[in-house]
Write a new protein. Structure first.
Ligand code: AMP
Ligand code: MG
Length: 336
């Protein structure tokens, strides 16, 4: 079965063609256009601007994904599209475009939850994931822990009560005058710095699986203010290392707590922050020191940030097809 998937939930326009044979997924094309350079000028995503960029890219990106995979109306069996969560203007571009293709080509559509996409990015060209598994979705908009009892069973355990981990990095970056999105830059600066500030690790030992990262940026703000009033320039390397270490500590501690409680046999990461090597290294270190002997699965970097291949994977493995007139964008969609 060949599926054309589209992702437009935020500032990336993605289209991908996936060939599925049972549970084996083969990526035939994965095209992403990003409007990030535009948003770095404004220090964050302006929803209206993101939607306008989606409109510019959507048809060329779909066309390229079809060409690269040598696909057309004749050999595409199904379509898939992200219906939420995300920015309504951006979502509408993808959803309405795919509806038009489905109507014209007389093909079914599979509506996909973007968060499921981040988890199922781990299933592309991999078949041997052992269950139960714990999945951590960690991105610019989300921080969620999910229990998977099987490849089609997702149970939400907890999530952030305020800022997502990536959002905390991006907002810290803004305070420090770094370009948006700040995650990769903070990772680079942190390599030369030390965790000297010992910022708070909110909810790290709470009994639930919730997260809270908004207090962290307030702590950074206070530290920067102190340096300002003392006439000192903030040491970007040390602040970056301190913020990154605090976030990584919380993410790893909570994920491993869930791993132990549910006897998980694998840990899956997904979302843009999963591209962070320090996070991956800390996971590997703790898994070894706890003698857990379970694999940490992380998608390739270009499958961590928003892309349509992950939407095609989720559609193939857990999606339910329907007709074009039953699909709607839903910015508030969550785990259900
Ligand atoms: P997403 O929301 O999945 O598209 O991912 C974007 C988020 O991932 C932004 O908040 C980025 O700052 C963050 N991000 C991307 N690369 C890295 C990295 N190497 N380290 C930390 N955060 C990152
Ligand atoms: Mg995302």
């Amino acid at each position: 079965m060949r599926i054309l998937a589209v992702e437009t939930s935020c500032d990336e326009t993605g289209a991908s063609v996936i060939e599925a044979e049972g549970v084996t997924l083969r990526l035939l094309s994965n095209v992403v256009a990003t409007s990030l350079p535009l948003h770095s000028k404004t220090g964050g995503v302006i929803p209206e601007a993101a939607a306008r960029e989606q409109l510019k890219y959507i048809i060329p990106v779909i066309k390229q994904a079809l060409e690269e995979s040598k696909s057309s109306q004749n050999n595409i069996d199904k379509l898939a599209v992200t219906v939420g969560p995300g920015l309504i203007g951006s979502l509408l571009v993808g959803v309405e475009t795919v509806k038009a293709y489905a109507y014209a080509w007389k093909k079914p559509i599979i509506p996909v939850n973007h968060l499921f996409g981040h988890i199922y990015a781990n299933f592309i060209e991999k078949r041997d994931i052992e269950f139960p598994a714990i999945a951590l979705v960690v991105s610019g908009g989300h921080t969620d822990l999910v229990l998977m009892k099987g490849s089609k069973s997702l149970k939400w355990l907890g999530g952030t009560r305020d800022d997502a981990a990536g959002e905390a990095l991006d907002k810290t970056g803004r305070l420090l005058g770094l370009p948006y999105p700040a995650g990769p830059k903070i990772e680079e600066l942190a390599k030369k710095g030390k965790d000297i500030f010992k910022f708070p690790r909110p909810l790290m030992h709470s009994a639930d699986y919730d997260f809270s990262f908004s207090g962290l940026k307030t702590a950074v703000f206070r530290e920067v203010q102190k340096m300002d009033s003392a006439g000192r320039a903030p040491n970007l390397e040390n602040i970056s290392a301190s913020v990154q270490t605090a976030i990584v500590d919380v993410l790893v501690t909570k994920t491993l707590k869930a791993t132990k409680e549910f006897g998980a046999k694998s840990i899956l990461l997904g979302g843009g922050v999963a591209a962070n090597q320090t996070l991956r290294d800390k996971f590997e270190l703790e898994i070894r020191s706890l003698k857990l002997k379970i694999p940490l699965l992380v998608p390739e970097k270009q499958l961590c940030t928003d892309n349509a291949a992950m939407i095609g994977a989720a559609a193939t493995l857990i999606g339910k097809e329907t007709s074009w007139d039953k699909i709607q964008a839903n910015p508030e969609l969550y785990f259900d």
